[in-house]
Design a protein around this ligand. Structure first.
Ligand SMILES: [Zn+2]
Length: 120
């Protein structure tokens, strides 16, 4: 018996998460949402405030749990690559606090230059 040639054929069949696979990130719909989010919050990480870094548009509520929010602008925030990869779909942290919003908008400075506030 030739056991070797019979061997296990591994087929890496990945279960597609409905239509929300990586393909979604190539659609015009996503590109538009992504662009709108960057326009809205600025090109800065809303978690660590890094700039000049690879930025991701993050789903605050992960689409693995909330697939219906995949294209919902209100579910988006801007995170750098590291913050986004750290957050993954384990957290639902919304960094869009007023404080973060102020900081991501240079034209929106607080009148008396308030000191750093801890993001709660
Ligand atoms: Zn960051």
């Amino acid at each position: 018996m030739d056991l070797l040639s019979k061997g296990k054929r591994k087929r890496f069949r990945r279960r597609k998460n409905k239509s929300l696979g990586p393909a979604f990130y190539k659609t015009k719909e996503w590109q538009e949402i992504r662009f709108k989010t960057l326009l809205r919050y600025g090109r800065k990480c809303m978690c660590c405030f890094a700039t000049n870094i690879e930025l991701h548009v993050d789903h605050i509520k992960p689409i693995s749990k909330y697939p219906e929010l995949v294209a919902e602008l209100e579910n988006m925030q801007v995170l750098c690559r590291d913050c986004n990869l750290g957050k993954l779909d384990k957290y639902e942290v919304d960094f869009r606090t007023e404080d973060a919003f102020e900081k991501t908008n240079p034209c929106n400075k607080m009148p008396n230059g308030s000191p750093k506030k801890a993001v709660t």
